[in-house]
Each structure stands twice: as structure tokens, then as C-alpha cells.
Design a protein around this ligand. Structure first.
Ligand SMILES: C[S@@+](CC[C@H](N)C(=O)[O-])C[C@H]1O[C@@H](n2cnc3c(N)ncnc32)[C@H](O)[C@@H]1O
Length: 506
């Protein structure tokens, strides 16, 4: 669709028909009653997904379903995706703008109308949609999905929003006094508690100091609003990065198993379709590579590896390939049956290969908190990729920042400590465990490891930095104050993965 293409502005509507020119204020000269009476499929899809998200759905699951249902492909699908993800990520900014433009608190605007306005605001301020096209189509959408009465309000608010550009609006909504963190939170559309937690994490992991912290937080929050590049993993022994390059990918500059896909559908690659490769963040790959590379002293001839929290199986996919190369066994455990099923699907290609090798790859459904008691000292390498708030992967999950609350940390903290404790019980003397989260929050990372280790004289924390350096290129000196490693979207281009390497004394 033209509006979403980022190309020169055109005076055509979504069907490619000429429309009336906007007047010099940029407003549409067409009266609401004269405009198209229905929304177009891409905007309807975006609106439907926004509503499902408001009811508790996940944009990354709802959107593909809606695109398929409405047979949206190519540029139309890209346009619907950008509208949905952008309007959801930038909800904090847009709600503050809508409140001013509508001259009423957000709480007094119907949820459906608000979603229509968020989509309209994103087209006006976050995408290169011409003012008249954004206004006309948003009013048409409102008439169809919110009713004729709402269309008048939507028309008035869209006109008010179109009177200023994004920079002017950001000036208007950013508090001029108070803490820098709150100003950055407002400007970059994050809840204040998350901006504060990320600030503490940048300082706590040694990525920033008092001088750099404001600029670093600014960059980190800004990058949360930019879609992540598509990273692929070439599962060793199944496919090579060179093979993926032959299919249009680009070599990742820092991680040997990773490739970047500059455009197009990853599912179009044969290697992705048959499970030899997959879409996987390079930081997640580093976690699996680190577990496989950490020196152990367990003395096992035939190593046993455990992925304690494996669903949906991204890291298990890479671990399985590495385990087969090394002649090791892997148990991939997951508590939720349907996620365990996803792990089994992910491991399909590796299991076929394992059948012809000395390795055994097994998927189990079970509570990771019980494995330590059931199988004490049984594993040489264990990954605990713990359930967490996901604050390091906000760019991937557009609604997550609005759904998470500080209250989540308490329940997750208990589970994280129990899972780590159980894993350490299941670890053989001399074996190595990697505790990982896709959150840099100190309460889910450093504090969990610190608390558990206080009661575990049998465990020592190893400096993870040289191990990570050994499996990456060019990241020396970027991994903070140790002994754990925290990767950052604004430094490493990865999700904000935390990893601590722990060894059981032999
Ligand atoms: C961060 S995700 C793991 C992601 C996975 N390692 C990957 O790379 O695809 C955490 C997983 O832990 C699972 N989980 C939660 N509680 C668990 C428990 N008590 N035992 C085992 N798995 C658990 C969740 O269902 C979720 O699938």
C-alpha cells in the first residue's frame, strides 16, 4: 500500500483513486458525511488486532491470523503490521496527544474509538501517510466500526492532531520539570516504572555511569520503538551460515551461527521451512552457545545437557544441534503441554539427525522445580531460561510494556529462584549452569543469582565475559562489569539477554 511504503507522498487513496487535495492546513476538505463509508482491509485488520489485544490477546499471534483471514499480503500486510505494532508501541505518546486533541481524559473515550484514534495518530505522526488519506480513512473506519456518532469526534481529533508535527507534539506532551527518566519515558512511550527499572539496570550491570546514563537510557528506550532486524540461526550440522547467505541472508558481524535477513519472508527459505534454520535473536543464540562453550570439570565422557524451561524451543533447537555435534544428550523440558509440543516440532530436524548418531534428544513435559529432586547431579550442562517480564525484548512484543506491572516481579522472582535452585541440584559436580532472562531488570537477574548463591556454597559464579567473548566477535569490552553478561539492544543490536554462568564445585 502506497502510504506505508515510505516513498514520496501521493495524492491517491488506498484504492489508488485521486482524492481531493488537502487545504493548506493539511486538513481534508472532504466533509465526514461525504467520505468513504467503510474502512479498507488493512486498517480493519489493524483495528481488529488492537481490539483483541485490548481483550488480552497478543499482537504477534493475532496479526498473522487476521492477515490470513483478510488475504492481506505484501505491502498491504506490511502496512497493517506497521500500523498495529506502531500504534501499540507508541500508545503512551499517542494517548497523551489524543487527550489534548480531544480535550478530555483518555478514560472518557470509548476503548474502540481510542484504538481507531491511535491508528489514525500513528498514520499521521509515525508513518508517511498523507494527512487527507489518514484522516479520511480513519473517519471511514470509525464510521464502520465505532458508529456514525463516533466518526464526528474522530474527524475533529484527527484535524487537531494534524495541526502539529511529531516534534511539536513531543514538546507538548513531555513534562518540563521532574526527573529526566520520566521525561524520557513520556517521549519514548514507556511506563515510568519500566524506564526507571531500565535506568537502574544500565547502572547495575555496569553498562552506564553517572555521566552516560541519560544518553544511554535515551538510546535504549528509543530502540524499543524500532522493529528488530530479522535474525536467523543456522543450526550447526544441519545448515551453514553460507547456505543462508546463498538464500539472500547476510553474515552476522558478531555471532558465528547468526545471519541477518534484510527483507522478505523467512518462511520462504527452504532451510527455515524444514527446521535446519530458524528465526532467532542473535542474543538468544549467544546464550545457547555460551552454555555449550563454558569449560566443565565433570569428567563425563558422554555429557548430558538439560534445557529446563525449553518452550517454545528456540534455544533448545540450537542446543540440540550443538549437542549432536559433541556427542551429548539433550533433555528439553517444558511445563506447558502445548509449548512442549512446539519444542518437539522445533527439534524435529535435530531428532532425525540424532537417530543416526550417538546422541539422544528428548522432549519432556514437566515442572522444572521438581527435576533437582528427581534427578540429582544428573546433568553436565543446564540452561535455565527463566520465565521473566521480557523487559529486554519490548521491541518484539508491542503490548508487553502496557501489560506488565511491577507486581509481576514478585511472583516471577519466587519461580526464578525455585527453578534455579532445582537446576543447581540437578547439576553434576564440575558441571555448568547458565541462568538467563530476556530482561535486564535487576530483580530478575543479579538479585536472583545473588540470593540463590548465598545459600549454595557448592556453587561458584564464573566470569561469563571471556566465555561470551569466545563465542562472539568484537564484543570485548562491551559486556559490563561482570561476572554476569548483559546484552543490550542499543549496544549489541540483540534483545536484552542476561546470562550468568555458574559452576558446581567438583
Ligand atoms: C523464557 S521462556 C523459555 C524460552 C525458550 N528457552 C526458548 O528459547 O524458546 C520460559 C518458559 O518456561 C516455561 N515454564 C514456566 N514455569 C516452568 C516450570 N515450573 N518448569 C518448566 N518450565 C516452566 C514457560 O512455559 C516458558 O515456556
Amino acid at each position: 500500500m502506497d502510504e506505508g511504503s515510505g516513498g514520496p507522498r501521493r495524492r491517491q487513496d488506498t484504492r489508488g483513486e485521486d482524492r481531493q487535495r488537502p487545504d493548506r492546513s493539511g486538513r481534508s476538505a472532504t466533509r465526514p458525511s461525504e467520505r468513504g463509508r467503510t474502512g479498507d482491509p488493512a486498517r480493519l485488520a489493524a483495528y481488529t488486532v488492537m481490539r483483541r489485544v485490548a481483550d488480552g490477546g497478543y499482537a504477534n499471534l493475532e496479526l498473522p491470523h487476521e492477515l490470513r483471514r483478510r488475504r492481506l499480503r505484501g505491502r498491504d500486510a506490511a502496512f497493517a503490521t506497521e500500523m498495529t505494532y506502531g500504534a501499540t508501541r507508541l500508545r503512551g505518546v499517542y494517548d497523551a496527544i489524543i487527550e489534548i486533541a480531544a480535550d478530555r481524559p483518555i478514560a472518557r473515550i470509548d476503548g474502540g474509538v481510542l484504538d481507531t484514534l491511535r491508528l489514525g495518530a500513528h498514520q499521521l505522526l509515525g508513518m508517511r501517510v498523507p494527512v487527507h488519506a489518514a484522516a479520511d480513512t480513519t473517519v471511514a473506519l470509525a464510521r464502520q466500526v465505532n458508529g456514525a456518532g463516533a466518526a464526528g469526534l474522530v474527524n475533529a481529533v484527527m484535524r487537531r492532531i494534524s495541526e502539529r508535527d511529531l516534534d511539536a507534539w513531543l514538546e507538548a506532551i513531555t513534562p518540563t520539570d521532574g526527573e529526566v527518566t520520566n521525561r524520557l519515558a513520556a517521549r519514548h512511550s514507556h511506563p515510568e516504572w519500566i524506564a526507571k527499572a531500565l535506568r537502574q539496570a544500565l547502572l547495575g550491570h555496569g553498562a552506564s555511569d553517572k555521566v552516560t546514563i541519560d544518553a544511554d537510557l535515551d538510546r535504549l528506550l528509543a530502540i524499543d520503538n524500532v522493529p528488530a532486524e530479522v535474525n536467523l540461526v543456522a543450526r550447526p550440522g544441519l545448515v551453514t551460515v553460507d547456505d543462508l547467505v546463498g538464500e539472500g541472508a547476510i553474515v552476522h558481524p558478531h555471532v558465528a551461527t547468526a545471519a541477518l535477513l534484510p527483507g522478505g519472508d523467512p518462511g520462504a527459505l527452504a532451510a527455515v521451512r524444514d527446521g535446519r534454520a530458524a528465526v532467532q535473536d542473535a542474543g538468544s543464540q549467544v546464550v545457547a552457545l555460551t552454555l555449550a562453550a563454558a569449560p566443565i570439570e565433570s569428567g563425563s565422557q558422554h555429557e548430558r545437557w538439560l534445557d529446563l524451561c525449553a518452550g517454545p524451543g528456540g534455544k533448545a533447537g540450537l542446543l540440540a544441534a550443538l549437542a549432536i555435534e559433541r556427542g551429548a544428550d539433550l533433555v528439553a523440558n517444558e511445563i506447558t503441554p502445548h509449548r512442549a509440543e512446539l519444542v518437539a516440532q522445533t527439534l524435529g530436524a535435530a531428532m532425525d539427525r540424532a537417530a543416526k548418531s550417538d546422541s539422544k534428544i528428548e522432549v519432556r513435559t514437566g515442572d522444572g522445580r521438581e527435576i533437582g529432586e528427581d534427578e540429582p547431579a544428573a546433568y553436565d550442562r543446564i540452561l535455565i531460561d527463566a520465565p521473566c517480564t521480557g523487559l529486554g525484548a519490548l521491541r518484539r512484543r508491542p503490548e508487553a510494556r502496557w501489560r506488565r506491572t511491577p507486581g509481576d516481579l514478585a511472583a516471577l522472582g519466587v519461580l526464578q529462584r525455585e527453578l534455579l535452585g532445582s537446576a543447581l541440584d540437578a547439576l553434576a559436580p564440575g558441571g555448568v549452569a547458565v541462568y538467563a532472562t530476556c530482561s535486564p531488570h535487576l530483580a530478575e537477574t543479579t538479585f536472583v543469582v545473588g540470593d540463590v548463591l548465598k545459600k549454595r556454597p557448592d556453587i561458584e559464579q564464573v566470569d561469563a565475559r571471556p566465555v561470551v567473548e569466545a563465542v562472539t566477535f568484537g564484543w570485548a569490552g562491551t559486556m559490563g562489569s561482570g561476572p554476569a553478561v548483559q546484552l543490550w539492544p542499543h549496544v549489541h543490536g540483540t534483545d536484552g539477554m542476561f546470562l550468568a554462568v555458574l559452576r558446581k564445585r567438583a
